[in-house]
Design a protein around this ligand. Structure first.
Ligand code: C2E
Ligand code: MG
Ligand code: MG
Ligand code: MG
Length: 292
């Protein structure tokens, strides 16, 4: 509060800044209607077990089907919601949407997990775990075991008891936590040790370039070895090609996600994608090659 007050006192007109504020205001004005009209949706991207090629689950990635602007990726609107109440409301919507989908999968007999991304701010809100707990009550008690929460590192985490408290409460329900974009954030290793993460997700920027840049390959290998040492699994994102997947398989990486497997897809595409994946996919030939 004090900070924004100070900011206002010294406010100097800047056309670029003003355009930003305007677009932010527009977005926020549109938000309640957009939410009611179900313009938000989760695209799903599969995560596979690299050794068995089994589909483990999906990551939910938010999209805004904007009536004028088309399909918006999160970089187009999440930064503008940053720090607003809408950010929190949207995060709660994501939790509800994911649980609904998990319930449908369960009824269909599919043993899939679903991960969602929760902002550093939201995971520091004491009310977050209350909200999740009360939402979980509407579902079978063990459904939470299929839900995963991906967190970005944040410099505030270090001092935040509420992050740890939220994680503890939700882990008790069976929800797993994943440290997203590992290797790019603030004091990564410290966070991994101090907070009860179940899984590390190696940042895609290292993975994407690991075949062209030996330093990136070294980093990926290093994280894989670290994960073995501390006995916590890793998932590699940014697997853009089969060649990268092949290399990761050889390095003993367990889980993978990326465009080379599948791009994020609308929810109603998932069933047919799963069927295609099981029938035949180029990854299977590759594994046959390794096993020979
Ligand atoms: P993230 O959680 O690290 O998600 C991975 C991003 O990389 C996604 O972008 C995904 O579409 C993209 N991606 C996946 N595989 C590949 C690949 O092989 N190559 C490349 N170049 N990109 C790949 P997206 O969907 O635009 O999301 C961007 C970020 O927005 C996410 O990064 C996450 O931090 C945030 N985000 C997405 N959905 C939500 C949400 O529901 N809530 C919150 N708070 N943040 C979200
Ligand atoms: Mg993520
Ligand atoms: Mg990531
Ligand atoms: Mg990211």
């Amino acid at each position: 509060e004090a900070k924004s007050q100070e900011y206002l006192n010294f406010y100097i007109y800047d056309p670029q800044e003003s355009a930003l504020i305007k677009s932010r205001q527009t977005l926020i004005q549109e938000f309640p209607f957009a939410l009611r009209e179900e313009q938000f949706c989760l695209y799903l991207q599969p995560k596979i077990n690299l050794q068995s090629l089994e589909v483990m689950g999906f990551e939910g990635l938010i999209r805004w089907r904007h009536p004028q602007k088309g399909l918006l990726t999160p970089d187009k609107f999440l930064p503008e919601l940053n720090g607003t109440v809408e950010e929190i409301v949207l995060g709660e919507w994501v939790v509800e949407r994911a649980l609904k989908k998990l319930q449908i999968w369960r009824k269909e007999g599919l043993q899939l997990s679903l991960s969602i991304n929760i902002s550093p701010r939201q995971i520091q809100e004491q009310t977050f775990s209350d909200f999740v707990l009360s939402t979980l009550k509407k579902y079978p008690p063990d459904l939470a075991e299929k839900l995963e929460i991906e967190l970005l590192e944040d410099s505030d985490f270090e001092d935040s008891d509420s992050v740890l408290e939220n994680m503890r409460i939700l882990k008790e329900q069976g929800i797993r936590f994943l440290l997203d974009d590992f290797g790019t954030g603030y004091a990564s290793l410290a966070h991994f040790y101090n907070l009860p993460f179940d899984l590390l997700k190696i940042d895609q920027n290292f993975v994407k370039r690991m075949l062209d840049r030996s330093d990136n390959l070294d980093i990926v290998e290093g994280v894989l070895r670290l994960s073995e040492a501390i006995q916590r699994p890793v998932i590699t994102e940014g697997v853009e090609s089969i060649e990268i997947g092949y290399m990761l398989m050889k390095l003993g990486s367990q889980f993978a996600q990326g465009y080379g497997i599948a791009r994020p897809m609308p929810m109603d595409r998932v069933a047919s994608w799963l069927a295609e994946w099981e029938q035949a996919n180029p990854w299977q030939d590759l594994r046959a090659e390794i096993e020979d």
